[in-house]
Design a binder for this molecule. Structure first.
Ligand code: XMP
Length: 317
């Protein structure tokens, strides 16, 4: 019988045996998986775990500062790296979704590798890979078709020539949360929705600019805060906003506007492989539309995505 307590005990022992007194480096994403993985490794080897948290400029509003702070409070040995300008620079003029992913994946590896090589005597790479990542990267990225390349699996290990420590490799998301709860990670962290590695880059359709990122961060913050306030956040598996590459006519006061549209997405799911659009109350959607249009400059229209996966995907890119 699988229990979180037994899993933690067994995993900590395994990590101790695997790593000994060597050092592990690990990238944190702010997500549940890498956080739980890091805490397990930390439990096993303490400050011999070196964590790196990269700000790619594509995170949610205030996410980098808030999450870095939480990591420090958890006692993790973590370094925050501001690489925003590097990412914005390389993404300039790029609108193809797969190209965006490739660029972000490559830059992430470069930044991480640079940090890792500054540390001496690192023997292992820690990763928060979970079971669905393993399956989806095998089935989705077959030799002939790539629907979406998920850069959180692969890439790093081959390039870094280090042993891997992946304590969550055989767990599903709900099990990861149970393990996190067992080792005392806060509910706010554990209940966080999944967020894609390429972040807001794949929620800005078309070209990415720092201005569009700022606009989407504001809209996203209104929506996510709204979901929490209405006690809907924990009822959906994932939610976010998408900035569409179209402008449309609106009216504000006596003025004619010609501004962007934001799509709201919320889905229910078990593992992200299939998903249903969440039937959020009309009143809530109406409030979100008003709040976003009133608070976020540059947006004059809000729509709700009522597509399920398949045939749509959760993200729009
Ligand atoms: P889709 O859009 O394929 O997404 O239905 C399924 C889940 O995966 C996340 N996702 C990604 N995660 N890198 C990631 O780390 C990616 O490139 C990526 N694309 C999608 C998505 O947010 C959802 O949770």
């Amino acid at each position: 019988d699988w229990t979180p307590a037994a899993f933690v005990q067994e995993t900590v022992d395994k990590i101790k045996a695997q790593v000994g007194d060597k050092k592990v480096v690990m990238a944190l994403s702010g997500g549940v998986d890498s956080t739980v993985a890091a805490e397990l490794i930390h439990k096993a080897i303490g400050s011999n775990l070196y964590c790196v948290f990269v700000d790619n400029g594509l995170l949610r509003k205030n996410e980098f500062e808030t999450v870095l702070d939480s990591y420090k409070h958890m006692g993790l040995n973590v370094k925050g790296v501001n690489a925003k300008d590097l990412f914005y620079g390389e993404l300039k003029g790029v609108s193809d979704p797969e190209k965006k992913r490739k660029i972000i994946g490559r830059l992430f590896i470069e930044v991480f590798q640079q940090e890792a090589t500054q540390l001496k005597d690192i023997a292992f790479l820690g990763q928060g890979t979970i079971y669905p990542d393993v399956i989806e990267s095998v089935s989705v990225n077959g030799p002939s078709v790539t629907i979406k390349s998920h850069h959180n699996v692969g890439g790093l290990p081959e390039k870094m020539n280090m042993g891997l420590v992946e304590p969550l490799r055989f767990l599903f998301k709900d099990e990861v949360r149970r393990v996190g709860r067992e080792i005392g990670i806060s509910e706010i962290f554990l209940g966080r929705h999944p967020f894609p590695g390429p972040g807001l880059a794949i929620r800005i359709l078309g070209e990415i600019t720092p201005e569009k990122v700022a606009m989407l961060q504001e809209a996203d913050a209104v929506y996510i805060d709204g979901l929490r306030e209405a006690e809907l956040y924990d009822k959906v598996w994932q939610a976010g906003t998408i900035l569409l590459p179209v402008q449309s006519v609106g009216v504000m006061g006596d003025e004619r506007t010609y501004e962007f549209t934001v799509a709201l997405r919320a889905v229910t799911s078990v593992d992200g492989m299939t998903a249903d659009w969440a039937h959020l109350p009309y009143e809530f959607l109406a409030k979100m539309s008003n709040d976003i249009i009133n608070k976020v400059k540059g947006i004059n229209r809000v729509v709700y995505d009522i597509s399920s996966k398949p045939p749509a995907t959760i993200e729009w890119e």
